[in-house]
Design a protein around this ligand. Structure first.
Ligand code: NAG
Ligand code: NAG
Ligand code: NAG
Ligand code: NAG
Ligand code: NAG
Ligand code: NAG
Ligand code: NAG
Ligand code: NAG
Ligand code: NAG
Ligand code: NAG
Ligand code: NAG
Length: 620
């Protein structure tokens, strides 16, 4: 049969496929030892390009909470550890807390998804790097300060990384997990940002997410379990849910949703329409078309959606593209915030309520869970609220197919918006919140060469706006405009003898503009993150026998706290150039930033601004 595999991944198959597996399945094995073994360096360092974490000038207290070898862990319970906040640190006021994952691996292994949970709250969703015979290492650092209240309590830490080890898949992931606690700087010695006196006002409310919620509730599965704490969504009818209740003095709530897609939906944006599958009697090509969305409901009412960024894991498309530069988001998958405040009136009754998750058009399998960040009114035991208006029409999806046999093209577009308005009365006053998400999606797919060629052009626009109004204060707003472009060209040529060659070119972008408005005008942060990759490989059976991958990445982040750029290129495991720096892009001028300094970055929690003389002596 002419139709060849469209995309490859080494990712997360439940069982390794045999080398004679039908190539319509996604091949699983990559013979890394066949490529450049003789000259492999002793240890290759893999990395994802991202901005550095801005740290205070204080010496961190660091706790190694887990040191573990992930061997045959597939289908076994998560690895657990006791977590306690730092007890012998000279300071207990921290302005930054950083989670650090460091791992090494050697041999041959799949890319594996993993999750880290603290008290059931997910802190990091990530994917492992694929090892070489001579070994690799990589480090992921994540600013977890927004989980502050949780991090100050004793908890159980859980890590699930489902790995398989046998004679073929030899790689064992050796992992250290460390938390670094950075004491707050003394208020008067710090810059104007930290010196800003942070009053309890509407701006405080709006910016609340930076300093951290008072309570963070897990909307995930409970231990004990034989796999991750995420819910597994198996198909488009699958609705997974979790009961929860919140304290009756909450005045703000935000649901942070973690999402990853696997197996038949790992490359959902390349999935073809069922019409094409049926007409061609195809049996093992994943279908349901190329549109997906995660829908979040509260007591059955749709409160928001996530049109996810197309993370490509380290075995995806052509694994040689991701050595050593990893795909955007692959080491730290993005999470998505949904404003729940307008709905608080529905759930402040002290009773139990339900969050539900589903995925439109889903095929097996999506891993989804969430964290509910809740802010409590310290000056009252009971707040009240009311939902005033709510609009959530289902997405408008259009699909135009035009094909003859295995050749043709498909255009899929979709739009949607979800909006809600509600008020909450607390000691902060009666604050009316209106929140709107709006989405736009288009996917143009070409199938050629009897199904051996596939070209996908996709754009997702994902806008979020939250306004907060109180009678005596100006209106505050938080807006985020996200755009995720994707271009994928994939051409497979049958070479006979169960061998074929593959060419794959890729462009992947994550762009986000953030705008805030309030007393002091507006401020902006902007991220442009673009990867281009070109890969060729020769595949026999399902072994990659030779190949070459090259990746270029241009990263530019502008914010008042920091500007950062990095331009880097790798090819055949080697970094060819790597430039980085702190200059801002032209449109983001320093004089523009100074006006924002009071608001950006989020000041440390008000309580942490106090001086800590002892600790200042320990600065490095
Ligand atoms: C990749 O680099 C190795 C040396 O590390 C070299 O032997 C091999 O020929 C290179 N492959 C290609 C396709 O350039
Ligand atoms: C983990 O930490 C231990 C003790 O500090 C160290 O010996 C080991 O090399 C570390 N492993 C990794 C993967 O960083
Ligand atoms: C937290 O755990 C530590 C170490 O086990 C223990 O000494 C402490 O009492 C615990 N704190 C609470 C509040 O349970
Ligand atoms: C699909 O199968 C049906 C029934 O077996 C057959 O009539 C039809 O010709 C097949 N179509 C293709 C494109 O193979
Ligand atoms: C359908 O695809 C064919 C071949 O690509 C093209 O020539 C034709 O114009 C397309 N028709 C429509 C209605 O898009
Ligand atoms: C939300 O609030 C903003 C600012 O007050 C206002 O411009 C916008 O029209 C409101 N949206 C709705 C749907 O009322
Ligand atoms: C998102 O916001 C941008 C900027 O205001 C606008 O151009 C675009 O049309 C919006 N997209 C959607 C889907 O609302
Ligand atoms: C949505 O995208 C299409 C093109 O893909 C564009 O024509 C349309 O204006 C966009 N709509 C919004 C609201 O951005
Ligand atoms: C086909 O593959 C077999 C087994 O790998 C090998 O022995 C044979 O030489 C190959 N034939 C051709 C024409 O490449
Ligand atoms: C794929 O990338 C290579 C290298 O940049 C380029 O020469 C080739 O034209 C690209 N092919 C397509 C179809 O984009
Ligand atoms: C933290 O800082 C606050 C505000 O300056 C201060 O009142 C408090 O005592 C500090 N707490 C600790 C444990 O140092």
């Amino acid at each position: 049969m002419a139709l060849s595999l469209l995309i490859f991944s080494l990712f997360l198959l439940h069982q390794p496929l045999s080398t004679t597996a039908n190539i319509h399945h996604r091949p699983t094995l990559f013979r890394s030892q066949l490529i450049s073994d003789s000259t492999d360096p002793p240890l290759t360092n893999y990395f994802e390009v991202t901005k550095p974490i801005k740290l205070p000038d204080t010496k961190p207290c660091s706790n190694l909470v887990l040191n573990h070898e992930f061997g045959y862990t597939y289908g076994k319970p998560p690895v657990l550890a006791n977590y306690t906040p730092p007890s012998n640190c000279p300071s207990h006021n921290f302005s930054k807390i950083v989670l650090q994952w460091t791992a090494t691996c050697k041999g041959r292994q799949f890319d594996r998804i993993f999750g880290i949970w603290l008290g059931g709250v997910e802190l990091l969703r990530s994917c492992t790097a694929e090892p070489r015979r001579t070994g690799i290492d990589w480090t992921v650092k994540k600013d977890v300060s927004k989980y502050y209240s949780l991090l100050m309590t004793n908890q159980t830490l859980a890590v699930y990384l489902g790995n398989l080890v046998d004679a073929t898949y030899t790689g064992v992931y050796s992992v250290n997990l460390t938390f670094h606690f950075y004491p707050a700087q003394e208020v008067h010695s710090s810059n104007s940002v930290n010196g800003y006196s942070y009053e309890s006002n509407l701006g405080d409310w709006v910016n609340g997410f930076g300093p951290g919620a008072d309570l963070i509730l897990p909307i995930s599965r409970n231990l004990p379990l034989n796999d991750g704490l995420w819910f597994e969504i198996q198909n488009s009818d699958d609705l997974q849910s979790k009961m929860f209740d919140i304290p009756q003095n909450a005045y703000r709530a935000v649901l942070e949703v973690y999402v990853s897609f696997h197996e038949k939906d790992e490359f959902w944006y390349t999935n073809v329409p069922d019409e094409y599958i049926d007409a061609n009697n195809l049996t093992d090509l994943p279908g349901n078309g190329a549109f997906r969305e995660v829908v979040v409901s509260l007591d059955g009412m749709t409160v928001g959606a996530v049109w996810p960024f197309t993370v490509i894991y380290t075995g995806g498309v052509n694994p040689l593209l991701w050595r050593p530069i990893s795909g955007i988001g692959s080491f730290d998958l993005p999470s998505y915030d949904i404003e729940i405040t307008p709905f608080l009136g529905m759930i402040l009754d002290g009773k139990t309520h339900k969050f539900g998750f589903s995925v439109t058009n889903a095929l097996n399998v999506w891993y989804i869970d969430a964290n509910l960040h809740v802010w409590l009114d310290k000056k009252s035991v009971k707040t009240e609220g009311k939902l005033l208006r709510h609009n959530s029409l289902p997405p408008v999806i259009t699909s135009v197919t035009n094909f003859t046999g295995l050749n043709g093209n498909f255009l899929t577009t979709a739009t949607r918006s979800v909006s809600s308005i509600g008020w909450v009365r607390s000691s902060h006053g009666k604050i009316t919140t209106n929140s709107t998400q709006s989405f736009n999606y288009s996917n143009f797919m070409v199938m050629g060469k009897d199904g051996n060629l596939q070209i996908v052009n996709q754009i997702i626009d994902f806008n979020d706006t939250v306004y907060a109004n109180a009678p005596s204060s100006p209106t505050y707003s938080i807006k985020s405009f996200k755009r995720f472009p994707l271009y994928l060209y994939s051409d497979n040529v049958d070479q006979g003898n169960k061998t074929y060659s593959s060419v794959a070119n890729l462009t992947l972008g994550f762009n986000e503009e953030r705008v805030r408005a309030g007393d002091f005008g507006f401020l902006v942060s902007s991220l442009k993150n673009l990867q281009d990759g070109q890969g060729v490989m020769l595949v026999k059976g399902n072994l990659v026998v030779s190949g070459l991958g090259s990746t270029q990445q241009a990263y530019q982040y502008d914010g008042s706290e920091l500007c950062y750029f990095r331009n880097v290129k790798s090819s055949n495991y080697t970094v060819l150039y790597d430039k980085e720096g702190n200059s801002c892009s032209k449109k983001f001028q320093p004089h523009q930033r100074s006006g924002f300094a009071k608001w950006w970055p989020f000041p440390a929690r008000r309580a942490f601004l106090g001086s800590d003389i002892r600790n200042n002596k320990n600065r490095h």
